[in-house]
Design a protein. Structure first.
Length: 138
């Protein structure tokens, strides 16, 4: 297992354990819509579900980003998302404080979350990323 994959897996494990520790029971987790994936890949299929259960912890529910223990750039109205290749690359390979979390997603999942972010939060980029685009970028 590569160093980057170990880092991403460790970060995802830490996130999952932290989420479980913070919940006071399944009712709280269910009411928040949170799901925990099994294995080394995420189980969510839609871009919205992936964003809600993976990305919004750092980038916030409305894509506004945050500053605190780290700097999480806003995705809302983000001109860097104009080319689908940019978010695909960042998700697959990481950048600065973001781990290469795409290693825990299928090509279809990466394309789905890229398309979700590029068409929500004030972004209106119509050219859709495909699983083939993601496969070529891996």
């Amino acid at each position: 297992m590569s160093k980057d994959r170990k880092y991403a897996w460790g970060l995802a494990t830490l996130f999952s354990v932290s989420l479980a520790a913070l919940s006071t029971g399944t009712a709280l987790a269910d009411s928040a819509g949170a799901t925990l994936s099994e294995g080394d890949t995420f189980s969510e299929k839609t871009g919205e579900a992936i964003y809600s259960n993976v990305c919004q912890a750092c980038h916030m529910p409305e894509g506004a980003g945050a500053v605190g223990a780290g700097k999480y750039p806003p995705l809302a109205k983000n001109e860097n998302l104009e080319s689908a290749g940019y978010p695909i690359y960042v998700i697959l390979h990481g950048q600065k404080g973001m781990p290469p979390i795409g290693q825990m997603m299928t090509d279809e999942q990466v394309a789905a979350v890229v398309n979700y972010v590029r068409t929500h939060f004030g972004n209106d980029y119509k050219d859709a990323a495909t699983a083939e685009d993601v496969k070529d970028a891996r």
